[in-house]
Every structure is written in structure tokens, then in C-alpha cells.
Design a binder for this molecule. Sequence first.
Ligand SMILES: CC(C)(COP(=O)(O)OP(=O)(O)OC[C@H]1O[C@@H](n2cnc3c(N)ncnc32)[C@H](O)[C@@H]1OP(=O)(O)O)[C@@H](O)C(=O)NCCC(=O)NCCS
Length: 241
Amino acid sequence: MRPRGTDRAGLSVGEIHVWTARLVDDPGVTAALLPLLSREERARSAQFAFEHDRTRFIQAHGRVRQILCEYTKTGAATLSFARNRDGKPSLVSPANGPALQFSVSHSSDCCMVAVRLDQPIGIDVERLRDLPRAIDIAQTYFAPAERRALNDLRGTAQRDAFFALWTHKEATVKALGVSLAANLARVEFDLDQVGGPRLAAWDGDPAVAQSWSVLRLAAAPGYVAALATAHPIGSVVCKTQ
Ligand SMILES: CC(C)(COP(=O)(O)OP(=O)(O)OC[C@H]1O[C@@H](n2cnc3c(N)ncnc32)[C@H](O)[C@@H]1OP(=O)(O)O)[C@@H](O)C(=O)NCCC(=O)NCCS
């Protein structure tokens, strides 16, 4: 008999599994994953103008299915997803299956998936890169205090702080499942002495900082990633697909 509060893949209540999958330039991998996708996912994949983007989409969605079926113990192709009005996907849990919550992010060759039971989570990964428009992007999506903190930095320190802030903000908004573009500026982080973001406020209200956990994740080399949840975390276990 399974211990109470533990699902079949060993995911216990409060535990978060963070999976990393590499997306590769290998048509054989793409062809093997394509049959796992739904008709709707295949239609979306066909809309990409560039083969590189189509490949990444197919592989990311195929990997997500392979990861989630570790927990549901059903076929990857049989998984069914719904989306809320702001685009957050959710798993339509199979009968008697675990109540899985998950979040997905992909950037360049890296796909990360966070999975937990019952409570919503958000994840974001970004490839660390020079972004000449960083300050312009911050103007639109960052809170005033975050913009001031960035403006005080230069060079790689500014770049690293931008991506640290971006991933922490996006992971937080993804956990809520609301519109990413409309809400990124509402969540505010400050930077500690080594440039690590700490949740400060939502719409100026500091109460969120007490209840949320927003963590930097150990990502693949050259990537930055963050995980967010408004519910207590027992442990975070990193896995590769
Ligand atoms: C909306 C935007 C912020 C998200 O981009 P992104 O970081 O590439 O997206 P991610 O790969 O991390 O996440 C996308 C996934 O999150 C999930 N998702 C989508 N909407 C979601 C929502 N509202 N809440 C939670 N999850 C959501 C989906 O699984 C989606 O994957 P799919 O599209 O393959 O189904 C981006 O498209 C955008 O508008 N960027 C403009 C700003 C900019 O220039 N950014 C660059 C600086 S890094």
C-alpha cells in the first residue's frame, strides 16, 4: 500500500519535482515525440514560421507529456489538458489519478517542468544572454523600484539582475495563472546584496512576502530559472528527463 499523501511516482504532499529536459536539433527525436501530441498541439506546431521553433514546441510538449505520465501512469498520448482564459494549462486528471499541478517554461534548448500535488506553482527559465533592450523591457514589465535597482547596475551585473528579476516575476505570475503581460509589473522584488531577488510586494502590498516562496533554481549552465508557490514547500527535488 502507498503511504498516505504520496502518489505513485513518489511525489509527496508539499514536495515539488523540477524536471529539466534538453531540446535538441535531432529530427528523429522530434518525429518520435510528435505522435504524443494532441490534434490541437499539432495544429499549433504547424503555425510556426521557422522549423527550429516548430521542433522546440513539439519536443517541449512531448517531454511534458512524458514527464506527467510518470505520475498518472497512463499513456503520454492519452493525457488531456485544459487552459484557463489567460492560457495557463492544467491537466485533466484521469479518474482516480493524482491531483497534479504543473508549470512549464522553455527557453532556447532548455525546457523545465515543475510538478506538485494539489497546489499551483509557477516556473520560468531564460537563457542568459545579452539583451540590448533590457532597460526598455523593464520600462514596460518591471515595477518602479526594480527599474531603479537595474539602472544602478552596469554590464554583466545589470544583465544578471535583469534575468534574475524576470524569472522570479514570471514564475510568480505563472503560479497565479493570470495574464503574464498584464501582471508582471504588479509583482515587485527587491535585490539583496548579491543581486538575489526577494519578493517585496504585490500592487504595493507587502503581505505577499510572508506567504509566498519564490526560489532561484539550479538551472542548466547558461540558464537562469525560478520557481514560485503561495503554499508551503516541503522539499524541491531536481530531475532530468
Ligand atoms: C508572455 C511571455 C512573457 C512568455 O514568454 P516565455 O518566457 O517565452 O514563456 P515560457 O516558455 O516561460 O512559458 C510558456 C508556457 O507557460 C504556460 N503558460 C501560458 N500562459 C500562462 C499563464 N497565464 N500562466 C501560467 N502559465 C502559462 C504554457 O505552458 C506555455 O507553454 P506553451 O505556450 O508551449 O503552451 C512572452 O511571450 C512575452 O510576451 N514576452 C515579451 C517580453 C519580452 O520581450 N521578454 C523577453 C525578456 S526575457
